[in-house]
Ligand binder design. Sequence first.
Ligand SMILES: NC(=O)c1ccc[n+]([C@@H]2O[C@H](COP(=O)([O-])OP(=O)(O)OC[C@H]3O[C@@H](n4cnc5c(N)ncnc54)[C@H](OP(=O)(O)O)[C@@H]3O)[C@@H](O)[C@H]2O)c1
Length: 297
Amino acid sequence: MANLPKSPPRQSEMALITGASTGIGRAVAMRLARRGHPTLLVARNRELLAQVAAEAGRFAPSTALAVDLLDDHGVRTILEHLHNCEFPVGILLNNAGIGMYRPMLEVSAREERDMFRIHYQVPSALIRAILPGMIDRRHGHVINMCSMATKVGPWGHGPYAAAKCALVSLTQTLAAEYSSAGIHFSYVNPGIVNTEFFNPSGMAGLRRQVARYGLSADRVAKKVVGLLDRPRLELCVPGHYRVLGWLAAFSPRWAHRLVTAKSRPAAAESSAPSPTAAPGPAPQVSADIVSASGEPW
Ligand SMILES: NC(=O)c1ccc[n+]([C@@H]2O[C@H](COP(=O)([O-])OP(=O)(O)OC[C@H]3O[C@@H](n4cnc5c(N)ncnc54)[C@H](OP(=O)(O)O)[C@@H]3O)[C@@H](O)[C@H]2O)c1
C-alpha cells in the first residue's frame, strides 16, 4: 500500500475501548497505554474503570467514561464526550459484551434484543460516528471482538452467536468498502478466555471448561494489539482454532456435530441440564415472548 500516508505518531490518536473495566478490554487498554496510546475507556463499573484509567494513565493519558451501552443514551454519551476530546479516535475496539448459555426458548425477547444491541447495534453506531474522521485522516483501525461461536452455532449461545455473526459480516463488508481509504478492519474470534464473562450465574455450566481450557485475557490482548503492527481481517486466538472454520467449510455436518458435542451441558461437565432452566411445564412460547419484553416481536 505504497500510496497510503505514513502512520501518524501513536500518541496523536486515541484508542476507544468499550468493555475496558475487566477481562480482554482491560488487558488491551493496558497494552495500548504501554505503547503510548491515549485511551478512552468505556464500561458501566465506575470504580473498576477508574482503576484501569489510573493504571493506564501512568503511561499515557487515559479517561474513564462510565456508560451503560444498553441504555438508550449510552452511545450518545460517548459521542458527546468525543466532541470535546483533544485526540481523534485512531483505534476503535468494540469489545463490550455479555454471554449466555441457555437454550433459545429460555431466552426472552428482551435478552435477545440486548444481545443484538451490545454486540451489533452499539458497535455499528460507534463505527458510523467514528469512521468518517478516520477516512478524513486516511488512518485508523476498527477491531470488533467476535467469537469462535460464529463458526458453528454452539449449544446455548443462540442470540449471542447470531449477534456476533452479524458483527463479523459487518466487519467484512466495511473492509471491502473502506480499506482502500487506508482504514484497517479486523474481527477477533477468541476461544474460551478466563474472564469475568463467566461470573454471572447463568454461565455456571461453562466454568469447568473455562478452568480447563481458558486462555488468559492478556494472551488475547497481546494478539489484538499485534493487529496494529500486522493488520489482518480475521484473528482467531488460539490460532489453531481456525481449523474449525475450514472444517465447517469442508463438512458443515461434522463441524456441527463436533461443536454440539463440545458445547452442550453434558460436555461442559455440568450435572444440571441447563443452568437457568426452571422446573415445571414448558413455557407458552408466544405469550412469554410478548410478556417478557413488552414488545410484540
Ligand atoms: N471470555 C470468553 O471466553 C470470550 C470468548 C469469545 C468472545 N468473547 C468476547 O470478548 C469480549 C470481552 O469479554 P471478556 O471475556 O473480557 O468478558 P468481561 O471481563 O466480562 O468483559 C466484558 C466487558 O463488557 C462490559 N460491559 C458489559 N455490559 C455492558 C454494558 N451494558 N455497557 C457497557 N459495558 C458493558 C463489562 O464492564 P461492566 O460490567 O463494568 O459494564 C466488561 O468491561 C466480549 O465481547 C465477549 O463476547 C469472550
